[in-house]
Design a protein around this ligand. Structure first.
Ligand SMILES: *Cc1c(COP(=O)(O)O)cnc(C)c1O
Length: 404
């Protein structure tokens, strides 16, 4: 076993983040002394658990301009997305059975759409440009009289690209179509405001912003307009009947605290990570030839960089650096398979470029010293892999002939 001091640098914060120590501290009493069921109405154990849950609801709501009553706790963004899409589709099927999403959504949105298609719904999948953005005119043109929901992610989990959420919300409102956004990557990392951005439903996940795993929430607008959903989990009627099941009080407390920390320090944290990320990108360009950036640099999460190194297999690169740095070649969900990611393919890049892509996810605890160590390692491993590649050598000779 590796000792803690020699553990590799963690640069996979788009897959998950560590629990912040002050989040853990806030959670601990709710495992032991204050272990009550938040639905118990007859004693202090229940009351204090309920109070803690309501406090967390407030902490999460405040950060996005919502009210506490509009927050429904779930097990994570996968469940929130399922509830939003299936719940809206079923509730409004008298109005119509058409939904709009994009090809670069998380698998849990795309798979839910596939499921709905099997149930007789119709789904339009908007393409993305080479920058990773959807086209607003295409969105508007796709809206039909029977469209009930538009679901577009706020930030992409692989390439970090930020979609124009405000403009999408405006279009949806003008056409009286509900707008859901999967904000699992954006929540706590970019400013979001459900009123200013005309968002009707928003999914988030605790473990993407230094809270615990297995907890998330769905924001559901209660007025202008009042959004209704068909519950997907039946039972004791918790969460306004929208999501039955005893609340995970310690996890909810942790997620609330994690949200509060993010919203307190958001501006400084964006500036800090963006500086580090840009430093990483500039240094890569100076030190490692023939690389390319996947997705827009401007419309991107401050903590994300997705790069391809020509003639270097992503998987080989990850293996080569894994004792120094923990990175991934795309989303955690697809990294088990060797198939190129659906997001990178949708950018229109070659299969070869997609297979040579690496995702860097910087985090709250990432330092410049760590970035420097990662750069040193990358430079060595990329040139070693290229030295072993016949294609690289052939390409290099051709390039030299062109010069002379
Ligand atoms: C992580 C993630 C999810 C899934 O969230 P879980 O809480 O792990 O279920 C969904 N969408 C996006 C964009 C994500 O990054």
């Amino acid at each position: 076993m590796m000792s803690p001091v020699s553990r590799p640098i963690y640069l996979d914060n788009n897959a998950t983040t560590p629990v912040d120590p002050s989040v853990l501290e806030a959670m601990l009493p709710y495992f032991t002394e204050m272990f009550g069921n938040a639905a118990s109405r007859n004693h202090i154990y229940g009351w204090e658990a309920e109070q803690a849950v309501e406090n967390a609801r407030e902490q999460i709501a405040q950060g996005i301009g919502a009210t506490a009553k509009e927050i429904i706790f779930t097990s994570g963004a996968t469940e929130s997305n399922n509830l939003a899409l299936k719940g809206i589709a079923e509730r409004y099927e008298d109005k119509g059975k058409h939904l709009i999403t994009s090809v670069s959504e998380h698998k849990c949105v795309l798979d839910t759409c596939r499921y709905l298609e099997q149930k007789g719904y119709e789904v339009t999948y908007l393409p993305i440009s080479k920058d990773g953005l959807i086209n607003l005119d295409a969105l508007e043109a796709a809206i039909r009289p029977d469209t009930v929901l538009v679901s577009i992610m706020a930030a992409n989990n692989e390439i970090g690209v930020l979609q124009p959420i405000s403009a999408i919300g405006k279009i949806c409102t003008e056409h009286e179509v509900l707008f859901h956004t999967d904000a699992a990557q954006a929540f706590g990392k970019v400013p979001l405001h459900v009123d200013k951005m005309n968002i009707h439903l928003l999914s988030l996940s605790g473990h993407k912003f230094y809270g615990p795993k297995g907890i998330g929430a769905l924001y559901v607008r209660r007025k202008n307009p009042r959004v209704q959903l068909v519950a997907q989990m039946h039972g004791g009627g918790h969460e306004r009947g929208l999501r039955s099941g005893t609340l995970a009080v310690p996890s909810i407390v942790g997620m609330g605290k994690a949200a509060e920390i993010c919203f307190t320090n958001m501006d400084q944290e964006i500036a800090r990570t963006e500086w580090l990320r840009n430093y990483l990108w500039e240094q890569v360009q100076q030190r490692i030839p023939e690389n390319s950036l996947n997705g827009s640099l401007e419309d991107r999460l401050a903590n994300n960089l997705n790069l391809s190194f020509a003639f270097v297999e992503g998987e080989s690169l990850l293996m080569g650096v894994h004792d120094t740095v923990a990175l991934s070649s795309g989303s955690a969900c697809t990294s088990a398979s060797l198939e190129a990611s659906h997001v990178l393919k949708a950018l229109g890049i070659s299969d070869e470029q997609a297979r040579s892509s690496i995702r860097f996810g910087l985090g709250r605890f990432t330092t410049k010293e760590e970035i420097d160590r990662v750069l040193d390692k990358l430079e060595i491993v990329v040139s070693r892999l290229r030295a072993m590649s016949p294609q690289w050598q052939a390409h290099h000779q051709k390039a030299q002939q062109a010069v002379y």
